[in-house]
Design a protein around this ligand. Sequence first.
Ligand code: ACO
Length: 403
Amino acid sequence: GISVAPLRKETGAVTYDPGFMNTANTKSSITYIDGDEGILRYRGYPIEQLAEKSSYLEVSYLLINGELPTKGQLENFESSVERRTLLDERFKRMFDSFPRDAHPMAVMQAGVSALSTFYQDSLDPFNEEQVRLSTYRLLAKVPTMAAYAQRVSAGHALLYPHNSLSLIENFLRLTFGYPAEEYIADPVVVSAMEKLLILHADHEQNCSASAVRLVGSSQANLFTSISAGIGALSGPAHGGANAAVMAMLNEIRDSGTDPRRFMDKVKNKEDGVRLMGFGHRVYKNYDPRAKFVKSIADDVLERLGVKDERLELAMKLEEIALNDDYFIERRLYPNVDFYTGIIYKAMGFPTNMFTVLFAIGRMPGWIAQWNEMIHDPETKIGRPRQIYTGEHARDYVSMEERT
Ligand code: ACO
């Protein structure tokens, strides 16, 4: 029996749209994507211009407030964030109590969720002052948590943020364990990190942003809603793809598989193998972020004097794909994550940190999406319908009578 149990008789027809391929859940004025043309804009500004000219916190301000900040507004925003990078001391104990091999995304999700316990003075979703405070806290403390997650898993001591440094410099210093007085930021690495975070900062109604909105639609607080987004991002079909690309490249390299043979496997769908870092629900053209990421990879590898054969391997796979009917017909192109892992590796990040870096980048987008949802008078609690395919009504069978 297939039926849709009516919630209210007057609800009318129900659409069945798995994966929301054709269903808009909201109106939004934050991010514009034209998947056919490969266009991405935040608040109307092309992603290429923002990545080239802006900083991560400037883009955060833009996404959250709708306009680029003036010099004074940006300075105020930066200092409001940068002076909040410290974590409550008890976080250290919490981080230390997780198993050493815990995935840093799981640690981050737990950490962000725990913000609701430590910062109870900023939980009211309808109090603008409190939301502003939790916004600063998230932008400031999530990079510190990410650095801690990596340090703890490596069994290394945790350092304190030093507020004379920028948010990104602090993050890199804490992650790689430089004492503040010895730390000299490499401008190429810092700038690459800023650009990568900007490229990841928002992407309209993707799986994690939708999770943030859905949880927030129940009027759950911002920290809790964002922790749901981190959970959604962790999967390999979403943010976890950047780590999956690296695992794929390692496997091809280490097994000595001919790239063409690997691509045949993908095309024949052997063992469900996909070319990770390729394809996108919305982009049916080259992902504009992927083009930019490739040029960052060239800069960083050159600067750090790293020669990584996986870059050549990735370029070879891309070249095969761009000339192959399987990929052409399905309009599969590199997405943002195809080349990011190679940069993160060159910078010294372990593979399990890649998705955490994505989460740091996506933080302002999630906050902006949550804000838009909470202020939208048309917001209703997210509550999809279903098409019931189970049993018709039947009587309870006692244990003795069951076969
Ligand atoms: N490799 C090989 N074939 C692929 C790939 C791929 N990466 N992606 C899609 N296809 C094929 C599918 O097998 C399917 O073929 P079929 O019509 O013969 O069955 C067709 O292309 C359409 O694929 P769907 O899975 O229906 O497309 P959907 O929009 O649902 O999926 C997704 C998008 C999940 C991103 C998919 O392309 C994928 O799995 N890519 C690899 C993982 C990845 O890189 N994810 C990151 C996404 S970007 C991000 O979150 C930052």
